[in-house]
Design a protein around this ligand. Structure first.
Ligand SMILES: [Mg+2]
Length: 258
């Protein structure tokens, strides 16, 4: 194993809270590019992120799912609201598939229009787009501290790489690596990195991803931390295997001692 040390971070829900941005960009994608006859986009919708969207966010793995969820929330007939939200969540993946089928959509196309919506905002008013993200400054400082100690940092996200890169640059963070959805699954990326680096830890807010890392023999030695401040499902904090630690922002100091 190499003596080069690296610490890995998820992006959304770990380095930044992008809730407002997800809503805004997905809504804009629905309005400008989706061409769905089932929705009407009232400009008032941009002002506030609905609770139903916030509550479904912990189930989301890929960006395209957010377009689908926004569509279901704003559609004029039988929209997704608080009263039927649990039914949707309880069968999350099949329900997403059902909505895709009903509308003759392809997941990749939804991902493309989400990226297009982000690019449109970046070209039109970069600052406003950046301001839709709320950074967790404790993590930003932790990443800077690691760098000062000669430890490299890597960001692995299911977002498009260029979008994460733009935000990180604004925060004055320049990780050694940024991997977006274009680079494949997080587990494969971690597996490749283990060949060159000693991975000191991975902070992520999607519990299933950490479980997968722990269950894969090539990556099971990586210390995994579940970000308590991220988009967690209510049940995520319980029944954590002893191999995955629940990490709080206030406990980051202890990690610096690594
Ligand atoms: Mg995340």
């Amino acid at each position: 194993m190499s003596s080069q040390k690296i610490f890995l971070f998820d992006f959304d829900g770990v380095i930044v809270d992008g809730m407002q941005e997800y809503w805004h960009s997905s809504l804009l994608a629905c309005e400008k590019y989706l061409n769905s006859p089932s929705i009407y986009v009232d400009q008032e919708l941009y002002k506030r992120v609905p609770n139903s969207f916030k509550e479904i966010r912990p189930w989301v793995k890929y960006g395209w799912e957010m377009i689908l969820i926004v569509h279901e929330i704003i559609k004029t007939e039988n929209p997704l609201k608080n009263h039927n939200k649990d039914d949707f969540i309880n069968n999350y993946h099949p329900n997403c598939q059902k909505v895709l089928n009903e509308n003759f959509w392809i997941a990749e196309d939804l991902q493309k229009i989400l990226d297009k919506s982000r690019k449109y905002q970046i070209e039109k008013d970069f600052k406003s787009w950046v301001n839709l993200h709320n950074p967790f400054f404790e993590i930003v400082n932790f990443m800077k501290e690691l760098r000062e100690r000669g430890i490299k940092t890597g960001v692995i996200t299911t977002k498009g790489k260029i979008f994460a890169e733009k935000i990180l640059r604004q925060l004055n963070i320049f990780p050694e690596f940024i991997f977006g959805y274009e680079s494949g699954t997080k587990i494969k990326i971690a597996e490749k990195l283990t060949k060159t680096y000693e991975i000191l830890g991975f902070i992520e807010d999607r519990k299933k991803t950490l479980i997968d890392i722990k269950q894969n023999s090539a990556t099971s030695h990586i210390q995994c931390f579940l970000a308590d401040w991220g988009y967690l499902k209510g049940s995520d904090r319980y029944n954590l295997s002893h191999e995955i630690k629940l990490l709080k922002l206030s406990n980051l100091e202890e990690l610096v001692a690594i």
